[in-house]
Ligand binder design. Sequence first.
Ligand SMILES: CCCCCC/C=C\CC(=O)SCCNC(=O)CCNC(=O)[C@H](O)C(C)(C)COP(=O)(O)OP(=O)(O)OC[C@H]1O[C@@H](n2cnc3c(N)ncnc32)[C@H](O)[C@@H]1OP(=O)(O)O
Length: 277
Amino acid sequence: MFVLRQCLTLGTKSSIRNFSATTNLVNLTINEDTGVAIMELNKPPVNSLNYELLEAMHRTLVKLENEKCPGMILTSSSRSTFSAGLDLLEMYKPTVDKARRFWSMLQNTWIKLYSTPYPTVAAINGHSPAGGCLLAMSCEHRIMVPDKMIGLNETQLGIVAPQWFQDCMRNIIGERQAEKALIAGRMFTSEEALKIGLVDELATDKEDLMQKAHDFLDEQMGLPPLARSVVKVGFRKDTLSKLINGREADIKMFLDNVFQPKVQESLENYIQMLKKK
Ligand SMILES: CCCCCC/C=C\CC(=O)SCCNC(=O)CCNC(=O)[C@H](O)C(C)(C)COP(=O)(O)OP(=O)(O)OC[C@H]1O[C@@H](n2cnc3c(N)ncnc32)[C@H](O)[C@@H]1OP(=O)(O)O
């Protein structure tokens, strides 16, 4: 195995191979024999999804697609958290330009991740609320360590999970379970998530998690890749097209909501609460 460290400040293919001391928000490891990529989110302490992390993810996904990646594992370098979801500071008192840029990058990243032709598996080694749950749901297969929490908890924060977040959940756990979970903003334990099908497997620890993720990819990589990807994208095309054809309306929805005084008040209280913990 060798490690390619993807650095935000580096753009060219050759320079990506050089380690740089600059913060690496995404660590990319590619197995020389199998080509399998491990994309590890690395924004301590909890991988909150700010513009820079989303951009680093997007850039990595473009690179993997260009280099005909055969399969990818999405995981996190944090011991407690897969991803804490969207960075609350991106939504708290932003300028219009900053909010628009942020949301647009979230859309870009999700569209790339949800539509990869190659198989993807989320190795969920920690809590995965809201936007973190979206990332996991955008992969094809989810494996989670025990005793962590996952779900779309937006309602509990006084905000609304966008339609495409909701669609992703509905596509996985079905209409009735998704409606109940989304209205309540419910977070599930790993064990509950397995029961309702929000995750596919539980692992005993990180080693078991990665082994199971590799096993899933091995199985997928044994299938004819073109047929596999056509079926995958066929299943996902309605959800994808809804956002792709409605990106501007979705940005407007976000901007209209994020600047509501009530929403700003909820975000402020929530940020304070997290800081006091
Ligand atoms: C507004 C219009 C519509 C918008 C639609 C939005 C759609 C999606 C929204 C989201 O994704 S909002 C984010 C939702 N996320 C959460 O509710 C998770 C909040 N975090 C936690 O519950 C916990 O941090 C954790 C993930 C369970 C991890 O717990 P742990 O004990 O390990 O770590 P903490 O001590 O709580 O946190 C460390 C450090 O990180 C800061 N932080 C945590 N989450 C976020 C976040 N999402 N954004 C920014 N910062 C975050 C936390 O405040 C701590 O900071 P310091 O005290 O160290 O400064």
